[in-house]
Design a protein around this ligand. Structure first.
Ligand code: ZN
Length: 370
């Protein structure tokens, strides 16, 4: 199946290259800003040390100045709209002002050094996203694992988190699912099938409008096409991305393999390598996400009740610090929807928070068979 004409595919590749170029440019600027912060601290530390030896005066006001400088620099670094020149010159101006002030107490210096170190670490983590995406493949132990990624900014530090994910939509019961999630006050992640998005673009848009995350789940979920070759896999992924963008305006870099990255079904289709597919995704800016908790709602042989699905999820999540829960949003999966209030109420009472998956964020990878 010719999922994409060459021109269409190339257009997307071009857009992606452009996005990646911008991403690299942004990181380059962030690194410059982080370096400027480091210089500030070294200068302030040196001056403060000399002055302290000579005898210190009123350190409190200077401490405030330094704090403002550092925090301004951090804001500048996090604002992608600011240019490097603006950020750097702003930092330098603040530095000069700070240096003209009276000296700080040694204790204040230590605090500042710690704060700045933390900020530098954050900056390094942010700029390392791309590297991590590349390294994930090489370092992956091919077992169920949490891949090394950036923290989820929506999750308070130290919290245990649940990511509810719904595959195979949109469908005729998507609105019912969205209403249920709203009534529970929970945001989820939907891995959508491109062909269904083309058929029901309004539902895809509604998912986004309600504040949920959307990811790609192939174009037509037909294993015989999807896994017929690496080219077919790539075309399916890009076409799904196109469909989702056309319906929602969102360019998603999140991906879930139909059958999971550890599926064996591909072996009966062709000699395609799941490792090659996974590598292609990560090398081209995508993040793929499997799951570590299966609700069991897609087992063909068993028609689970809502209570059974809820128990499957609760039992699977409890004991983990981070759970990615596999659920489905197609056809007759009403029981899945009915299970949600119990799942949310129970897990919240256990201290879990709910969040949405992000490309480059926390993820779960299955073993990837060749
Ligand atoms: Zn699926």
């Amino acid at each position: 199946m010719a999922l994409l004409g060459n021109g269409h595919s190339e257009e997307f590749l071009r857009k992606r290259r452009e996005q990646e170029r911008r991403k690299r440019e942004k990181r380059r600027k962030l690194m410059k800003a982080a370096a400027a912060v480091l210089i500030v601290v070294i200068c302030v530390g040196s001056i403060a040390g000399i002055s302290s030896a000579m005898s210190s005066k009123s350190g409190k006001s200077t401490g405030t100045q330094i704090t403002e400088t550092t925090s301004l620099s951090a804001e500048a670094a996090s604002d992608s709209k600011q240019t490097t020149a603006e950020t750097t010159s702003g930092t330098e101006a603040e530095t000069e002002q700070t240096l003209q002030e009276e000296t700080a107490e040694d204790q204040t210096d230590e605090t500042q050094a710690e704060e700045t170190t933390a900020e530098e670490t954050q900056a390094e983590e942010t700029t390392a996203e791309e590297t991590e995406a590349e390294e994930t493949t090489a370092e992956e132990t091919r077992t169920l694992e949490e891949a090394a990624t950036s923290p989820d900014p929506d999750v308070p530090e130290g919290s245990r988190v649940v990511y509810l994910t719904f595959d195979d939509g949109p469908s005729g019961i998507t609105m019912e699912l969205l209403d249920t999630l709203d009534s529970c006050g929970v945001k989820a992640t939907f891995f959508l099938v491109g062909q269904k998005v083309d058929q029901m673009p309004d539902l895809a848009a509604e998912i986004v409008n309600r504040g949920h995350a959307v990811g790609l789940h192939s174009y037509d979920h037909d294993y015989n096409i999807l896994y017929s070759s690496l080219d077919a896999f790539i075309n399916s992924t890009l076409q799904a991305q196109t469909s989702l963008y056309n319906a929602t305006g969102v360019t998603s870099w999140l991906y879930r393999f139909p059958g999971g990255s550890s599926n064996l079904v591909h072996q009966s289709v062709s000699d395609i390598s799941m490792t090659d597919c996974a590598n292609w995704l990560t090398e081209n800016g995508f993040s793929y996400v499997d799951w570590n908790v299966d609700s069991g709602d897609a087992e063909d042989s068993v028609d689970h009740t809502a209570d059974e699905i809820a128990q499957n999820v609760i039992n699977g999540v409890c004991g983990t610090d981070m759970a990615v829960v596999l659920m489905h949003n197609y056809g007759s999966r009403e029981a899945t929807i009915q299970a949600i209030p119990t799942i949310v109420e129970t897990l919240r009472s256990e201290g879990y928070v709910f969040s949405t998956l992000k490309a480059g964020g926390p993820t779960i990878h299955h073993r990837v068979p060749d």
